[in-house]
Design a protein around this ligand. Sequence first.
Ligand SMILES: NC(=O)c1ccc[n+]([C@@H]2O[C@H](COP(=O)([O-])OP(=O)(O)OC[C@H]3O[C@@H](n4cnc5c(N)ncnc54)[C@H](O)[C@@H]3O)[C@@H](O)[C@H]2O)c1
Length: 424
Amino acid sequence: MNDATSYEVTIVGGGMITEMQILPSLYHLQRLGLINKINICALNAAPLRSLANIQILRTAFPGQSFTAYPDYTSVSDQETFPDLYRQVISGMPPRQIVFIALPDHMHNQAVLFALNHDQHVLCVKPLTLKHKEAVSIGELAHEKGLFVGVEYHKRFDDRVGMARLKYRAGEFGEFRLGYATLVEPWWYRDSNFQNWCISENSDMFTYIGCHYVDQVHLITGLLPVQVSVYGTEEDYPNGRKGYLWTNARVIWENGASLAVLNGMGYPNVGPGGNSQGIWLFTQGKTDGGLMFHDDQYRGVKHAYISKGEDAGETFYNEPSPDYFKLVERGGDGLTPVGYGYRSIEGLVQAVRRVEKAAEQATGQQALIKRRRQIETIDKEGIIATPSNSSFNELVVEAGRLSIVNSAREVIIQYGKSAGVRFRE
Ligand SMILES: NC(=O)c1ccc[n+]([C@@H]2O[C@H](COP(=O)([O-])OP(=O)(O)OC[C@H]3O[C@@H](n4cnc5c(N)ncnc54)[C@H](O)[C@@H]3O)[C@@H](O)[C@H]2O)c1
């Protein structure tokens, strides 16, 4: 039996997504009692020191902290610790939570390691870069009755939830044509992205385009069957190359098509955190339908009389209140709000549901009960799991094959011999 009410969490990766979304969300869940200890592992000391000293997090969560691996107070920034996370996970009690927030190409190994050490796993998207890897992860998790959830936070954006209900009630008719764009800021080029989001590992479609492919599936239930991705390779400031502008075409099982435009070039002087949104054109018997989400401009306009010096800080700003913000809600510190927080909470609650289901049982009985609960979550289709969202891995795999072959069309096959191949 496990304590089904509160978990130790080890976050592996101390970068941007940990800072902006995962850590503050987990701090709040710690405040609510769902999480007890928080560990964070990074490759070296610098990101951990920086996380520990972020003023807004100290203000928002007074008295709360994490245990850093390596201990940034006693090692130099030059030393690296690529395997330390394995030691930390090995030392955790069974069936706690490991949150993988590593660069895309490192997810698979780390997820498998955590599962093999009896931990529930939450992972930032994309789960893996290869479909076979996601399948193996799903199989191992099933064998051990462990939950694996993939963090697609747009699934928790209420406008997506509204669209899903209305689409599935038939109020939009059928999706026929769409385009989505998500262009990240130019200043990302100067960040750690230049060390890993490079041509041999990833590209802008793989990194960020998957959100909108996932979203179309969540709303419509359709599966993608064909992908082609055109990308231009550009130099990062450190001289490494990345596919920093990508234009993908995704064909769906009903013949509908979605263009997905991604890039790392939203102007630093622009008022938003990035440029993003989706248009879906649909049809009924006698008229067309339309769904448009402006996901960047969410109705807020601010002009400040002073601004910070960091890249992307602007006098005129259009901040999104919907993704992730820390606001006053009474009580100590600040409270996280937005779909970024709801997504992390949803994932942790899913682990709790799995553990709760088996609370009164032991041995084989407990394993069966945990498996059943995981199957229920799979079927609900709200939280992405290896079993209900592995089309995303097929799209990523197809996209990677296409982009390095001058945008050749790649077919996705489902079923027993699921995989990707060039269109003849
Ligand atoms: N919109 C989104 O859903 C979204 C946004 C940002 C990032 N992400 C995903 O999150 C992941 C990380 O992105 P990021 O922006 O935080 O990247 P980042 O480059 O800022 O951070 C990567 C972190 O991994 C750590 N790391 C590298 N090797 C390690 C090792 N061997 N052991 C422990 N730590 C190690 C580094 O120290 C660093 O802290 C990526 O998979 C990315 O696709 C998703």
